[in-house]
Design a protein around this ligand. Structure first.
Ligand code: SF4
Length: 306
């Protein structure tokens, strides 16, 4: 299916709004031209991703989830950002390569997959570094299939096991249904984790989970599902605790940070399961890690026109 067709009757994410994004916006709140709010080196991904040079993080505006506690809410919910043509997006990727990025890290890319593929078609062979699909885990299998040959590393969030919790916090009652099936699809596309000689991840799936305050039991159920569904060598797991109450957190009852007890009780399941992965230091759980976003094209693009 062509890019125009995908945007004119959009079913890119599990909401399957069917919106003609040339005319009106669907749940994700974005039209048919890619919009981003930041494209810079990012040093706070897991060490096997950030390496020495940093990830080349491209933050897309809008989101197909509706998380009331989103740490990036100025761009996901309030839609800060600026438009880029596919050519400009391709040049943005090249700019990050020139800056020394270890990879191209596409942050919340789901609703702009057709534009991303169009941009990668222009420059993928010249990047020379892995492309990361860094998403909320609320994915459609047919959209993921489009990414074969374009994406090397999948970096999904695994948010919830319970449908009422996902409905309340992210407006997606069917979250687990789609997240669980998409994780299998990601493994099928990217394969088991592979590293280069310096220890950087070159392909594979790294599943993240943020332990939310008061949601320990759901986190444990989710990690047990992961343990029972995947072999320890099939994917990496990163367990995070950096929740800070922002945006609509208070009205959702998320008024404090995750405790050490909550985090460790979930970590125990991950460790017993034998997954390789990463834990997060509690000291890093503060708002200093929320980057600055922009509402206009704020960088020069290299002269890379073909
Ligand atoms: S990507 Fe946006 S417009 Fe498309 S189906 Fe999902 S929410 Fe609707």
């Amino acid at each position: 299916m062509m890019k125009n067709e995908m945007y004119s009757r959009c079913t890119l994410c599990p909401r399957e709004c069917g919106a003609d994004r040339y005319i009106r916006k669907g749940f994700c709140g974005e039209g048919a031209i890619a919009r981003i709010a930041r494209a810079e080196l990012h040093f706070w991904e897991e060490p096997c991703l950030s390496g020495r040079g940093g990830s080349g993080a491209v933050f897309f505006s809008g989101c197909s989830l509706g998380c009331g506690f989103c740490q990036n809410y100025p761009i996901s919910a309030e839609h800060m950002g600026f438009e880029l043509t596919d050519r400009q997006l391709a040049d943005t990727f090249l700019r990050l390569v020139e800056m020394g990025a270890e990879n191209i890290d596409l942050v919340t890319p789901t609703h702009f997959v057709p534009s991303i593929i169009s941009a990668l078609d222009m420059v993928k062979s010249r990047l020379g570094i892995p492309v990361i699909y860094n998403c909320g885990g609320y994915e459609s299998g047919k959209t993921l299939d489009l990414l074969r040959g374009y994406v090397d590393i999948f970096l999904p969030d695994l948010k919830y096991r319970d449908s009422q919790l996902s409905l309340r916090l992210s407006k997606a009652e069917d979250y687990f249904e789609h997240c669980s099936s998409s994780l299998h699809k990601m493994l099928d596309i990217a394969g088991k984790p592979r590293y280069d000689a310096s220890g950087k991840l070159v392909s594979g799936v790294l599943a993240r989970h943020l332990v939310l305050p008061g949601c320990r039991k759901d986190s444990i159920e989710l990690m047990k599902w992961l343990r029972d569904s995947f072999a320890p060598d099939e994917l990496l797991v990163s367990l995070m605790c950096q929740f800070t109450p922002v945006y609509r957190s208070a009205e959702l009852g998320l008024t404090r940070r995750t405790t050490t007890f909550e985090y460790n009780s979930v970590l125990k399941i991950v460790e017993e399961a034998g997954f390789d992965g990463f834990i997060q230091e509690r000291e890093s759980a503060d708002s200093d890690y929320i980057p600055e976003f922009f509402d206009h094209l704020y960088f020069d693009l290299p002269n890379t026109q073909i």
